[in-house]
Design a protein around this ligand. Structure first.
Ligand SMILES: *Cc1c(COP(=O)(O)O)cnc(C)c1O
Length: 373
């Protein structure tokens, strides 16, 4: 038996489309990328949608669009993938790391307020695993202190807040298209914003700083120093075939998560993360909290069930401990607790109810054995 943690959705239509792109000879960013962006934009219901090479480069572009750099501070949570924080020193600003809430695993709003200084320019909250944030609270903080919100929504395609898709709440939102995420292009990212000036700037920056200019000799002008964060037609073809089935795929994830919630309800030793009532979790990862997580993870993997930690506690990592452009604001005890207790269970299109029952039964018996010793 072997149950993987995730499995990207690749059907014949996707294979055909990739082949079509290969045979067209048009491999770099182009019409397929545009169609992919447009489809996602329609799905998300947002104004501007830009494909980039990853969520990490997307977050970097977002910071640059808001002219955040040396001397500025940006608040990020401790319990997240390192990229959320790394992009801040990458643009020369200081990452101020704060603790999370232990029940939701999401950034602690009181800790944000406590960490704000005159230098604070933005917050990068993370809708971790597809769990929507409390945008009402975030907007209050944003308005009170005059900050920007860049949402690291790497995990959150399909999640909702008050019946509106994530991608419309923050100033700029960034999604990931890594294969661990719900929709994948192999590597890739999507930026959304309602602000046309930022969208134009970001579009130019990812295209070498190029701007269309009919009066210029080649029809273009390079107006800013830019870089190359384009998403190729080949990658977009992979994503396009998934976006076409996005409603079916998301409904399936939510159904599978619902099965887990029912099956796990009375399992000794398992607690479930708290989610907000007016949101819809997209379950990029389905995580539980459990004692002796590491031993349980090892045993489960030994049985062919690929479980995984939730994510990382940045304060325990060398890169963030000693960096001159990183400041720890607080003790991070909740983040450490989440790091020690969160366990992600397999969740992908095609996972069966029998497999889910088996996973939960194994989890239950492994827990009982380990905790009786
Ligand atoms: C996956 C992930 C990232 C990185 O996304 P890439 O597209 O691989 O750069 C950043 N933040 C969070 C919260 C993630 O889960």
């Amino acid at each position: 038996m072997n149950i993987p943690l995730i499995k990207p959705y690749i059907d014949q239509g996707i294979k055909d489309k990739v082949l079509e792109v290969l045979e067209s000879g048009y491999l770099t960013e182009g019409p397929v990328t545009r169609e992919f962006e447009q489809r996602l934009q329609n799905y998300l219901g947002c104004r501007h949608t830009l494909a980039v090479t990853s969520a990490t480069t997307g977050l970097e572009v977002a910071l640059r669009a808001l002219t955040i750099g040396p001397g500025d501070e940006v608040i990020v949570p401790d319990y997240t993938y390192p990229a959320t924080a790394s992009v801040v020193p990458i643009v020369g600003a200081t990452a101020v790391i704060v603790d999370v809430n232990r029940d939701s695993m999401l950034i602690d709003y009181d800790a944000i307020e406590a960490a704000i200084t005159e230098k604070t320019k933005a917050i990068i909250p993370v809708s971790l695993f597809g769990s929507p944030l409390d945008y009402e609270r975030l907007n209050k903080i944003k308005n009170q202190y005059g900050l920007y919100i860049i949402e690291d929504a790497a995990c959150s395609i399909g999640a909702e807040y008050n019946d509106e898709k994530i991608g419309n709440q923050a100033d700029i939102t960034v999604f990931s298209l890594h294969p661990r995420k719900f929709i994948t292009t192999g590597e890739g990212g999507i930026i959304t914003t309602a602000n046309p000036d930022w969208a134009n700037w970001m579009n130019s920056y990812k295209h070498f700083g190029m701007a269309m200019d009919k009066t210029a000799r080649e029809g273009v002008q390079f107006t800013i120093i830019g870089t190359n964060y384009k998403l190729s037609n080949i990658q977009a073809a992979v994503g396009l075939g998934q976006v076409k089935h996005i409603d079916k795929l998301l409904a399936n994830r939510i159904e599978l998560a619902g099965n887990y919630l029912r099956l796990l309800a009375n399992i000794r030793g398992v607690t479930l993360p708290r989610v907000i009532n007016n949101g819809r979790h997209s379950y990029q990862s389905f995580c539980v909290f459990i004692d002796n997580r590491d031993s349980i993870m090892t045993e489960m993997r030994g049985k062919g069930i690929e479980v995984q930690i939730g994510t990382y506690a940045l304060h325990t990592h060398k890169a963030f401990k000693h960096h001159p452009l990183v400041r720890m604001a607080g003790a991070m005890s909740n983040s450490k607790w989440c790091f020690d207790h969160a366990l992600a269970l397999p969740l992908y299109y095609g996972l069966t109810m029998d497999q889910q029952k088996l996973i939960v039964n194994e989890l239950s018996s492994v827990y009982a054995r380990i905790n009786n010793n």
